[in-house]
Write a protein of this length. Structure first.
Length: 309
């Protein structure tokens, strides 16, 4: 039984110029489709990774899931009690004027009608210990902490809401590599101990390969491939997935050349006809240039469907 389900979810944004400019210049309204018919399920206790280049719609999907955006089309179903979100930038996601005690305690005020004030500090202390911080840190301000410590505070705040599902929007991308490993280890430990479910969004394939059970690859607002993490990294099927993996540095020094990702992402205000990836794809044919591929066996690619790759 799934915990979270998205069915053909889309989100459009109005990026038109001001009304008067459009009237004077006779310009129509312009809509940008940031997420296009995205569908997937997340099972209890698993980690689903979402990867892709900047601007592919990953963060918009995260905001759709937690309700910061409403879908233009489609349906979201959540069967848990609560969900929380960990944001990308620990420097921007914490109120600099609040002490850590108040930051972590804020969700407790809205949980089951709130908790007595006498129980607030013991609960905050427990949450801080859970993420590897000291009880004394409750009286400090965010600017007194390092980036990794701030992200631990963000995780403690998220756990205060007793979530079943955590949406992690690039939670380690603003941190040093050594600190990233500490945060990832902490999240894995919390998942095992508390039975958490993660949707983990990142552009870092190495990170996703470590944390995810399944991976969805996004391009131009759509999921073009969805597979188990081990299968996807060992046998990528979509040309875009192959291109992303070929661009990863070869740390094993096998002699395989690193191939940079070719081409540019199309203009979202003027999407190409057919498959959005066809201007960059070495396997594109006339069908790819005219017909949008459907998702078949968790891959949206005419070349894969036809057995050309």
């Amino acid at each position: 039984m799934h915990l979270l389900k998205l069915e053909s979810v889309s989100r459009d944004f109005d990026v038109s110029r001001p009304w008067l400019n459009r009237v004077i210049e006779g310009e129509p309204r312009r809509m940008l489709r940031a997420v296009d018919r995205v569908s997937f399920e997340v099972q209890p206790g698993e980690t689903l990774g979402l990867v892709g280049e900047s601007g592919c719609g990953k963060s918009t999907v995260a905001r759709l899931i937690v309700g910061l955006y409403a879908p233009t089309e489609g349906r979201l179903e959540f069967r848990g009690r609560r969900m929380q979100m960990i944001f990308q930038d620990p420097y921007a996601s914490l109120n600099p004027r609040w002490r850590v005690r108040k930051i972590v305690a804020e969700p407790l005020k809205f949980l089951n009608g709130g908790i007595p004030r006498a129980e607030e500090l013991p609960r905050v202390t427990q949450l801080l210990k859970q993420v590897g911080l000291s009880p004394d840190d409750a009286e400090r301000y965010p600017h007194e902490f390092s980036g990794g410590q701030r992200q631990r505070i963000s995780i403690a705040r998220a756990l205060a809401g007793e979530p079943d599902l955590l949406i992690c929007d690039e939670p380690t991308s603003a941190l040093d590599v050594s600190v990233q490993a500490q945060i990832l280890n902490l999240m894995a430990e919390l998942q095992e101990r508390l039975g958490l479910t993660y949707v983990f969004i990142s552009h870092n394939l190495a990170v996703v390969s470590l944390v995810a059970d399944r991976v969805g690859v996004m391009y131009f607002g759509r999921i073009v491939e969805l597979a188990g993490a081990s299968d996807l990294f060992a046998r990528p099927r979509h040309p875009y997935t192959r291109m992303l993996l070929d661009a990863v540095p070869d740390l094993g020094m096998t002699g395989k050349p690193r191939t940079p990702v070719a081409g540019e992402v199309p203009n979202p205000l003027a999407p190409p006809p057919g498959c959005a990836f066809h201007p960059r794809c070495p396997h594109a044919n006339e069908r790819c240039r005219s017909e949008t591929p459907r998702v078949i066996n968790d891959v949206a690619c005419h070349a894969v469907e036809e057995g050309r790759i």
